[in-house]
Design a protein around this ligand. Structure first.
Ligand SMILES: [Zn+2]
Length: 79
């Protein structure tokens, strides 16, 4: 496996969508490749943050209210 193969499988790897053989190949490559190790770390942190946001009840509510306020502020009723 080279770096391109590894990066292509990175998201599937993080989503645990790879089969055992591919998982082992990605793990083996990342263990020996600093570039892909860094990339994997970045993507993993990004996905963690995304999951935190999606599983939290507070953030989406606040976000929705802020979006609604913004929409109302930006475009007052036409009538
Ligand atoms: Zn690599």
């Amino acid at each position: 496996m080279n770096c391109n193969d590894c990066v292509e499988r990175l998201y599937a790897f993080l989503d645990l969508e790879l089969d055992e053989k591919e998982l082992a190949q990605v793990r083996a490559h990342v263990a020996g490749c600093d570039d892909c190790g860094d990339q994997l770390g970045l993507e993993a942190r990004f996905l963690d943050r995304l999951r935190d946001c999606c599983t939290s009840d507070v953030a989406p509510t606040l976000l929705r209210e802020r979006v609604i306020l913004k929409i109302r502020g930006a475009s007052p009723p036409a009538s």
